[in-house]
Design a protein around this ligand. Structure first.
Ligand SMILES: Nc1ncnc2c1ncn2[C@@H]1O[C@H](COP(=O)(O)OP(=O)(O)O)[C@@H](O)[C@H]1O
Ligand SMILES: [Mg+2]
Length: 289
């Protein structure tokens, strides 16, 4: 697989195309009588990088959990590669914000080999897959270390390698770099762009960071404030990769997204009994700027 990835990347610069399409059709998710999200429809193409952007608490993680098969949908239809999602599946990989999801008592290689081991791969195949994907995230030299001996950014790379070792069609990422410092986050964003292109996976990436979305996404889906959050608008990001934040088209898109989401954040604050005022600019966590 790595050979195929490397060859493909070197010769054509494009991904090998193993991504699966995700189809979300009229999806609603309830927790008891609380309607978290409602009537969400999104068609995500195989190999696409889609960012889900929205105010804190609107239901981004809830929707992603449903895509991962962790949360049941209450209404509508959710499919990956044409097959309804009925529960967790190795074809769907989830990268969490916290790298506590790693097994601290296992080496980095054992962590990455865990999925293939569970699937019954031979010992040789487990090691081969683990080393290939550790190579892809630039951590081959750390294979025999334990997660506790690595930095936060390195642990997130191990998490990504562990997900990719299952060779999923879809990788779901829930604010994966939210806990990292700004410099490490920037490196990880650039690495994510490279790894995504090399792996050919479909990626659904949740963030509340507009710049992160502009840096990574093919399309950005903006969610409304909850409850009963839905998709407000979808923006194509027609900018060459790797992205340049200083590109005037990026600045234009940033302005449009800030206006669009700012409206939702203000709505959410008003619902909480706080009135930020119409002329105040607020960030996606509801802080005044
Ligand atoms: N298991 C749950 N039980 C009840 N309510 C939940 C549960 N999970 C999430 N919620 C609620 O659903 C809404 C959306 O949450 P979440 O998806 O975590 O938002 P986001 O990821 O956009 O910040 C919130 O109001 C949250 O309190
Ligand atoms: Mg969340």
């Amino acid at each position: 697989m790595t050979k195929a990835i490397e060859t493909d990347r070197r010769e054509t610069g494009s991904a090998p195309g193993r991504g699966a399409a995700v189809s979300v059709d009229g999806v609603g998710i309830r927790f008891g009588s609380f309607q978290a999200v409602s009537n969400i429809s999104l068609d995500i193409a195989a190999g696409e990088f889609l960012c889900l952007l929205g105010p804190s608490g609107c239901g981004k993680s809830t929707l992603l959990s449903a895509m991962a098969g962790f949360e049941a949908v209450s209404e509508g239809d959710l499919r990956v590669g044409g097959t309804p999602i009925t529960g967790p599946h190795p074809g769907l990989g989830m990268v969490f914000q916290s790298s506590e999801a790693l097994f601290d008592w296992m080496t980095v290689r054992q962590n990455v080999a865990f999925g293939p081991r569970m699937r019954g791969a031979t010992r040789a195949a487990q090691t081969k897959l683990a080393d290939e994907y550790l190579g892809l995230v630039g951590l081959r030299h750390c294979a025999d270390r334990f997660p506790g001996q690595l930095s936060g950014g390195m642990r997130q790379r191990v998490q990504i390698a562990r997900v990719l070792a299952n060779e999923p069609g879809v990788v779901l990422m829930d604010e994966p770099f939210g806990a990292l410092d700004a410099q490490t986050r920037q490196v990880m964003q650039e690495e994510t762009d490279r790894i995504w292109r090399a792996s050919g996976c479909t990626v659904v990436f949740v963030t509340h960071d507009i710049d992160e979305a502009i840096l990574l996404a093919d399309r950005i889906a903006v969610m409304t404030a909850g409850p009963a959050a839905s998709v407000k608008s979808v923006y194509p990001v027609d900018l060459p990769r790797p992205r340049d934040e200083a590109d005037p088209a990026a600045a234009e898109l940033r302005r449009a997204l800030r206006a669009d989401i700012g409206e939702e954040v203000r709505k959410a604050l008003r619902d909480q009994g706080l009135d930020p005022g119409l002329d105040q600019d607020v960030d996606l966590k509801g802080n005044l700027r």
